[in-house]
Design a protein around this ligand. Sequence first.
Ligand code: DQA
Length: 141
Amino acid sequence: MRYLVIHGPNLNLLGRREPKIYGTETLEEVNAWIRERPELTDDSLIFFQSNHEGDLLDCLHSNYGKVNGAVINPGALAHTSYALRDAIAAVDYPVVEVHLSDIKKREAFRKVSLIADVCIQQICGKGKMGYLQGLKVLKKK
Ligand code: DQA
């Protein structure tokens, strides 16, 4: 099966960015850890990161009809982007929303996700494990 792993704005700075909240591993290390999970050895994973909303939409659109699902950590776009929500609603594959931190226990503006109800599940507060859990949810579909 073929899955997208999408990271949104500021996640390129993982490891250096607010490490008490997001941990000390870099995005490359997190992606390598995901790629090496034995549960996923038979799957093809496509990793993508962008700080630009439109690039994330283009990534979702261009994989229409090509993947079996996506996990997305939308970063702060979860709280602000109706365009991202519409793109997720538009594509023909299931999407799981992942956040490293527990957005429900942080600032008020983070508690609201505009994409949650167009995603099949939201996983937050589990660190990098959240991506693996999300991919396992997709594999069961
Ligand atoms: C985040 C949570 C968001 O609120 C924040 O803007 C991020 C990272 C997370 O992974 O916990 O950039 O998505």
